[in-house]
Design a protein around this ligand. Structure first.
Ligand code: UT7
Length: 325
């Protein structure tokens, strides 16, 4: 049977660290509020570089670790809502930077679930025999779309990029089970960068435009805990496994309290959920690959380990993948 397995990980993270205390100097907030409500202590914020700088940095690290020549990369998928341009795609910019001249490159947009959607798409191309490998990167420069005057959102987010090389494999393992979902009817709960139609021939009343992230935090919180629980239960049942068979649960890092509530509902000890939000904040599509790369660098992942990756976010969208390392 053909599957796709994760062959390497890598990341590109801004060096600049902004602590909660740094934010408290420029807005009415405090380290205590942010830590208690979210678990965030600091975040990495771009010093001016755009997304392509960090996605390319991640890509270079991944291909170096995988020992693959750029010309041998067949597919590049970048998950993001903050690409440098509407066109070209973030993936085409990575292609240029790394010299992956033979790859097909495009972006997917599913907000914080984006990396999982990207892996799912790449996995299908590999399983169908169309491509032998795929670079899948999740990256965001959220600092360019948050409203720095809105303390209820700007303190939550951070910048960064990370990803994996997926490779065709004929042995058991790799991406085992997935569950993706979308609920467009609730799209207004979490939006960013509304570009209203505007041209010299407009016949309608001008529409509302909003350049920033807007969010009903409580609604997203409830949705997120529900989707982590149902996603984990679904993939475990589909695979005929129990929570004890899973080495680590790797959730999207939006709020440490979301993970606490979900872990409690699932009756899984919280230590089995990998949480690094304290140092990154919410990096949307980048959060799961940043966590995976960090776990890999710490030597926490061993061949055969089963992981459950779960994400949720704007759209609304969600996804859960069962992966064998
Ligand atoms: O990646 C997916 C996208 N996002 C998420 O997953 C976020 C999910 N939601 C959450 O994480 C939480 O709902 C938040 C962290 C966003 C907010 O936590 P909350 O416990 O729901 O707080 P709240 O919005 O109800 O605000 C409570 C109070 C308010 O004051 P009053 O009205 O009670 O006087 C806010 O004005 O906290 C105030 N507040 C702040 N205070 C200090 C809001 N933001 C801040 C802040 N610093 N940064």
């Amino acid at each position: 049977m053909v599957t796709s397995r994760i062959a390497a990980t890598g990341a590109g993270i801004p060096d600049q660290i902004i602590t909660n205390d740094d934010l408290a100097k420029i807005m009415d907030t405090s380290d205590e509020w942010i830590r208690q409500r979210t678990g965030i202590g600091e975040r990495h914020i771009s010093g001016g570089e755009d997304l392509s700088y960090y996605t390319s940095k991640a890509a270079k690290q991944i291909i170096e670790r995988a020992g693959i020549a750029p010309a041998d990369i067949e597919l590049i998928v970048v998950a993001t809502v903050t690409a440098d341009y509407c066109t070209p795609s973030a993936a085409c910019m990575v292609q240029k930077e790394i010299g992956a001249v033979n790859a097909v490159a495009f972006d997917v947009t599913a907000a914080c679930s984006g990396f999982l959607y990207g892996v799912s798409v790449a996995d299908k191309f590999i399983r169908c025999g169309i491509y032998k490998n795929a670079l899948v990167i999740g990256g965001e420069i959220l600092s360019k779309i948050v409203d720095w005057k809105d303390r209820s959102t700007c303190v939550l987010f951070g910048d960064g990029a990370a990803g994996v090389l997926l490779e065709r494999s004929e042995s058991a393992g790799g991406i085992l089970v997935e569950e993706l979902g979308s609920k467009g009817e609730d799209y207004e709960v979490l939006t960013a960068r509304r570009l209203a139609p505007a041209n010299v021939f407009n016949k309608l009343e001008p529409q509302k435009e909003c350049g920033h992230v807007t969010m009903d935090g409580r609604a997203v919180f409830k949705f997120a805990t529900k989707k982590i629980v149902s996603g984990v239960e679904h993939v475990l049942e589909t695979a005929g496994l129990s929570a004890e068979d899973i080495t680590y649960f790797v959730p999207h890092q939006a709020n440490a309290r979301i993970v606490e509530v979900a872990a409690k509902k699932l009756k899984i000890p919280q230590e089995r959920f990998y949480v690094n939000i304290e140092h990154y904040g919410n990096t949307s599509a980048a959060s799961i690959p940043i966590a995976l790369n960090e776990m890999n660098e710490k030597g926490l992942l061993h061949k055969g380990d089963k992981l459950i990756l779960c994400g949720f976010g704007g759209g609304l969208t969600w996804g859960t993948l069962l992966v064998q390392w």
